[in-house]
Design a protein around this ligand. Structure first.
Ligand code: NOJ
Ligand code: CA
Length: 568
């Protein structure tokens, strides 16, 4: 295994430039503003940023409707500011990945404008048309309740065009080689401007067959290899983090059996079952999700997250499971969205209960993969349910007790700052939390620091340990002669449990607590621990001389395993 695969153990942080920090006082966050906050981010310990779309856009889907792929939206700054920013991030050891939104463009994009005006334009075939209204046009909408159909009539083109998402986001015809070549050009452009990769939007739709005759879209997985190959030629250590909310049996198609497609994917399966586990205080479905998403190439990695900029999508749970999560975390209709999800931020969902927030974050940091934090969650920021759809969880970052949370000097911020109630900026802000050693911000900083000292999570193999208690998740990682164990109590009641770490070595009799002095010595091969309600433990197996034991290579190299498998 190549040690350099940085994304195997990164700490990602996602933010929108427009709502992070406004440097020039026009009410809109900008690259200069984010650049000035890089010291904050470095101090927090994050190693990679994921920027939501910032290219020129009419902004009808928060930038996910791009009208020029080769420009920074002037509201956020210039290309020059962008390059300064990636450079300043690199100086602090922070990589930048950016959203790559190429399933569709804005309907204002010149390609679409030309395509609709001129049937002979080369751009006509860059989109997906039908002369008649295709059957099934009301099926497969992604935003039910808001979006009515996946085909709309364009009076200029005098034809119907396909749009998987909103009607102002016409789908690109990704089967057209010119379109694929343009996608690569866009990637090459931003690579040259200093990014370390892409969060690729809506991957299953990008690679699906599209057209009026398509009843069941088929994924063209080979496209992913073409994208990967191009990227790796241009920049060896650049990655793609795929947004693909798919079932575990297709995971390998996305990663590629030989690890030759997507480097990373968000683990939506674990995400939904994790919220179910927190709601129902039952880890069984989460354990199933962990086992099902376990197979992946050695070089591939999961992105583990709690909340992101969209609704918490619970569409893959069973109806009773989803109902359960709704009941616990989003009982009001105003908290729910698209008939499948919850649009709130994490802290309000967990009733602002610090023990539960820590538990949720501790889980996210210790589940197999690389953690992805959402800006503001390190402070326990709340939401504004008066704002439409997903905007409620996209309010400006709360920096201080200054007007508008110190986000802007303007009295007209791009989106209202949360200014009343328990999550108002006067109570929840970075400046105050910075000064309080017990704050969530400082807790997050400490937990990130420890997470970095436990590379076993990102690199190693994991086993779920039987605890005999459905409210407790115990997981062990093994990597290069070392093992670590994490135990989480999802219930609000104290739990007493006995478990075997499942290792033969003598070390297994000692568990060193990494976060406090409460270590555990096994009796007759079993550890007995008492966990407080919502309690969690991070243990290292054996002593703290683990660094001396760590080997430089895999103890049993995967290469040998594969060679053996091939011979069979
Ligand atoms: C997924 C993005 O996360 C979401 O915010 C967006 O609306 C859709 N893709 C369409 O681009
Ligand atoms: Ca600004």
């Amino acid at each position: 295994m190549i040690n350099d695969l940085w994304y195997k153990n990164a700490v990602f942080y996602c933010l929108s430039v427009g709502t992070y920090m406004d440097a020039n006082g026009d009410g809109i966050g900008d690259f200069e503003g984010v650049a000035r906050r890089l010291d904050y981010l470095q101090g927090l310990g994050i190693t990679a940023l994921w920027l939501m779309p910032f290219q020129t856009s009419p902004g009808r889907d928060d930038g996910y409707d791009v009208s020029n792929y080769y420009e920074v939206d002037p509201r956020y700054g210039t290309l020059g500011d962008f390059v300064e920013f990636t450079h300043a991030a690199a100086q602090r050891g922070i990589r930048v990945i950016i959203d790559l939104v190429v399933n569709h463009t804005s309907d204002q994009h010149p390609w679409f404008q030309e395509a609709r005006r001129d049937p002979h334009s080369k751009y006509r075939d860059w989109y997906v048309w039908s002369r008649k209204r295709p059957p099934d046009s009301s099926k497969g909408v992604v935003f039910p309740g808001v979006q009515k159909s996946t085909w709309s009539y364009d009076s200029v083109a005098r034809a119907w065009y396909f749009h998987r998402f909103y009607d102002f986001q016409p789908d690109l015809n990704t089967a057209n080689p010119q379109v694929l070549s343009e996608i690569l050009k866009i990637m090459g452009f931003w690579i040259q401007a200093g990014v370390s990769g892409f969060r690729m939007d809506a991957v299953p739709f990008v690679i699906a067959t599209k057209g009026p005759a398509v009843r069941r879209p088929l994924e063209q997985y080979e496209m992913l290899r073409a994208i990967r190959e191009f990227l790796q030629w241009r920049k060896g250590d650049a990655i793609v983090l795929a947004e693909a909310n798919v079932l575990p049996d297709t995971d390998m198609e996305y990663f590629g059996r030989d690890g030759d497609r997507m480097h990373m994917m968000f683990n939506f399966q674990v995400n939904q079952n994790l919220f179910y586990a927190l709601a129902a205080q039952d880890v069984r479905p989460l354990s199933v999700a962990l086992r099902k998403t376990k197979p992946r190439p050695d070089t591939a990695q999961w992105g583990q997250f709690l909340r992101n900029h969209d609704e918490l999508d619970l569409g893959r749970l069973t109806d009773p499971q989803r109902e359960r999560v709704f009941r616990e975390f989003g009982p009001e209709p105003s908290m729910q969205l698209y008939r499948r999800g919850i649009r709130r931020r994490l802290a309000p969902m967990l009733a602002g209960d610090r023990r539960r927030i820590e538990l949720a974050y501790s889980l996210m940091f210790t589940l197999p993969g690389t953690p992805v934090i959402r800006y503001g969650d390190e402070l326990g920021m709340g939401d504004d349910l008066k704002l439409p759809e997903r905007n409620c969880a996209r309010t400006p970052m709360q920096w201080s007790t200054e007007p508008n949370a110190g986000f802007t000097k303007s009295d007209k911020p791009i989106s209202p700052v949360i200014s009343s109630g328990p999550y108002g900026y006067e109570h929840v802000n970075a400046a105050q939390q910075r000064r309080n050693p017990e704050s969530l911000l400082n807790w997050t900083e400490r937990i990130i620091r420890m997470r970095k000292e436990v590379p076993e999570i990102g690199w190693g193999d994991f086993q779920l340990l039987p605890t005999g208690d459905v409210t407790v998740l115990a997981i062990r990682y093994d990597w290069r002669n070392n093992s670590v164990v994490f135990v989480h109590n999802l219930s609000g009641k104290p739990r007493e449990l006995t478990f075997d770490v499942g290792l033969q070595s003598e070390d297994a009799s000692l568990l060193i607590n990494l976060l406090s002095d409460d270590h555990s010595r096994a009796r007759h091969g079993r550890h007995h621990i008492v966990l407080e309600g919502y309690g969690y433990r991070w243990f290292r197996v054996g002593g703290l001389d683990y660094l001396l034991k760590r080997s430089n290579v895999e103890v049993q190299s995967k290469v040998h395993k594969i060679a053996r498998r091939r011979k069979r």
